[in-house]
Design a protein around this ligand. Structure first.
Ligand code: NAD
Ligand code: DAU
Length: 344
């Protein structure tokens, strides 16, 4: 394992993982392969751009001849697949690209891994594939998949294809299923960067429904270390859950955002809920703990740390907020009913 194709490496988690690999392993080379959709951003790769062990290729994981050509040209032996359409709300507005990239794109990468005899294909997946989890229960890796949004259904399909290539063709695969990541370079459509930047501009924070949904907010660096551990110590054909093992209500997350910034709770607006909104995700993380991995941050610490990054890095988020994002924001939030404002 020495030459990595990091698909989706210009996105949030992919870019953090690229920096992690180059910093941790002085002999590894990294090729980022990214379509640069609205979510891809070369600013995310500024810190590694001049590194002689780094290269960037713009391309679509659905384009098999191109992926194959890049893998051969760079002598890639390992693919880590971050490339995906990732935002649940956008999957509700228009699922098409989700099916293309998250299902067909994953299939293309598996085919290339099989036909070129690569050492490893790692699929970066999500806790959302388990669906809505009742209070008191934690998902385990062999639980049935019950995805409930077009996004999570497409990701679950990617997971099942990945496992089928292990069983049928003995392709060397591993999968990680992570909880909600937070940290540097997360797109402003996701809740923590959205709420932080809205609060910094004294704009309302649109909390869906009653805000009592539960999420396991994890620091992105913890996720990157987990993928690293699974690549080096994981068992082929296996799935590993990755999270802090604790979850907090969105209302708690909102309080942390506002209190970290010293902004008033009156900025909160309770708005019409997301259709099919999963109330709770919660995972059992014993399996990855057994490989020697531990999260370093609790959800509370991770959210506060992420908020501070956005405060210090306006150069990064300001151009996004002023671009096509404004149309998206109007489309998603413009007509949404507002039920009440402020936290008790
Ligand atoms: P992101 O939306 O920030 O980035 C996705 C990247 O993929 C972008 O750079 C985009 O340009 C690229 N991309 C999209 N379609 C492509 C295509 N067809 N070909 C090549 N590149 C393409 O996403 P993220 O939040 O960094 O998530 C990365 C991965 O981690 C995804 O697979 C996601 O499902 C998974 N995941 C994310 C989270 C989270 O909290 N963000 C949690 C668990 C799992
Ligand atoms: O759980 C892992 C998943 O986390 C990843 O697989 C996805 O790619 C990633 O987008 C994320 O999905 P969520 O839907 O959980 O993330 P999002 O940031 O969109 O929302 C987090 C919670 O906040 C969720 O309960 C919905 C709520 N929310 C979100 C937005 C954007 C709001 O209340 N208001 C909002 O405006």
């Amino acid at each position: 394992m020495q030459v990595f194709l990091i698909t989706g490496g210009a996105g949030f988690i992919g870019a953090n993982f690229v920096a992690h690999l180059l910093d941790t392993y002085p002999d590894y080379r990294v090729v980022v392969y990214d379509k640069l959709t609205y979510a891809g951003n070369l600013d995310n790769l500024r810190a590694v751009w001049e590194n002689p062990r780094f290269s960037f290729v713009q391309g679509d994981i659905c384009d098999r001849p191109h992926v194959e050509q890049v893998v051969k040209e760079h002598g890639v032996d390992t693919i880590v697949n971050f490339a995906a359409e990732t935002h649940v709300d956008r999957s509700i507005l228009n699922p098409d690209a989700f099916i293309q990239t998250n299902v067909y794109g994953t299939y293309v990468l598996l085919e290339v891994t099989k036909d070129l005899g690569l050492e490893r294909f790692h699929q970066v997946s999500t806790d959302e594939v388990y669906g809505d989890i009742p209070p008191g229960y934690r998902s385990r890796e062999d639980d049935p998949l019950r995805p409930r949004s077009p996004y999570s259904a497409a990701k679950a399909s990617g997971d099942l294809l990945t496992l089928s290539y292990f069983t049928t063709y003995q392709v060397p695969v591993t999968i990680t299923r992570a909880s909600n990541n937070v940290g540097p370079y997360q797109h402003l459509e996701k809740v923590v960067p959205l709420f932080t930047t809205n609060a910094l501009e004294d704009k309302p924070l649109p909390v869906y429904g009653d805000g009592r949904q539960m999420r396991d907010y994890m620091w992105v660096g913890d996720h990157c270390r987990a993928i690293d551990v699974v690549l080096h110590k994981g068992t082929l054909g296996e799935v590993y859950n990755v999270g802090t093992g604790q979850e907090i209500e969105n209302l708690t997350m909102v309080r942390i955002v506002l209190d970290t910034l010293g902004k008033p709770h009156s900025l909160v607006q309770f708005v019409e809920d997301r259709p099919g909104h999963d109330r709770r995700y919660a995972m059992d993380i014993q399996k990855i703990r057994a490989l020697g991995w531990e999260p370093r941050y609790t959800p509370q610490e991770a959210v506060a740390k992420a908020v501070r990054w956005y405060v210090e890095n306006e150069w990064w988020w300001r151009p996004i907020k002023e671009g096509e994002f404004q149309d998206y924001y109007r489309r998603l939030y413009g007509q949404r009913k507002v039920y009440r404002t402020g936290l008790e």
